[in-house]
Design a protein around this ligand. Structure first.
Ligand code: ATP
Ligand code: MG
Length: 176
């Protein structure tokens, strides 16, 4: 198995890895380009090799792909594909070209985000959460790092790695 940094310039499925975007708790996120459809730029999230032997982490990673596949919404990160490369699962998603809300907050640290921009983000993410809840999926990790912006500057709710389906968790019913 190649070391994780050597993914740069390597091919994963139909994509050539261009650069690393971020390294999260469970995986690394890479910018990649389709080998034939050159205009197709995507983000590939790859499970850390340390979790290669952990079936629990693999299941959790693949569960994120299942949730994203179920949740088709203008303000939820669109999934393009999911597959397994040398035993490591990876998820191909639309590239959010305008970074995360965390990055945006940091880059204007001297003054708050303009009110109209804040309201737009709240409305878009509110709609995404409402839709997910209608599908009985709870995100459970809502934070600026997990709110991304696409090329049109629309907010995209991302990272369903900790999400859960209400239909699978036990519910406690209380009278009155
Ligand atoms: P963490 O534990 O830090 O939340 P994670 O492994 O669950 O990480 P994500 O939150 O999905 O992974 O992605 C980590 C970071 O990678 C994001 O905060 C964002 O900066 C970047 N990223 C993820 N997906 C994309 C994307 N589709 N387009 C652009 N950047 C992305
Ligand atoms: Mg995250």
């Amino acid at each position: 198995m190649a070391s994780e940094n050597s993914y740069i310039n390597r091919q994963i499925g139909n994509y050539r890895v261009v650069s690393e975007l971020a390294s999260g708790a469970f995986g690394r996120v890479y910018l990649a380009q389709h080998v034939l459809l050159k205009k197709r730029i995507v983000a590939i999230k790859l499970l850390h090799a340390t979790y290669l032997g952990s079936s629990e982490e693999r299941e959790r990673f693949l569960q994120e792909a299942q949730f994203l596949e179920q949740l088709k919404h203008p303000y939820i990160l669109p999934i393009i594909d999911v597959s397994i490369e040398e035993g490591l699962p990876y998820l191909v998603a639309e590239y959010a070209a305008n970074g995360s809300l965390r990055h945006r907050i940091k880059s204007c640290s001297l003054h708050p985000l303009p009110l109209h921009e804040t309201l737009t983000i709240l409305i878009q993410i509110g709609q995404a959460l409402h839709y997910a809840h209608q599908q009985k999926i709870i995100h459970r990790d809502l934070k600026p790092e997990n709110i991304l912006f696409n090329a049109k500057n629309e907010a995209l709710l991302a990272d369903f790695g900790l999400a859960t389906s209400v239909s699978t968790v036990s519910m406690k019913h209380v009278d009155n």
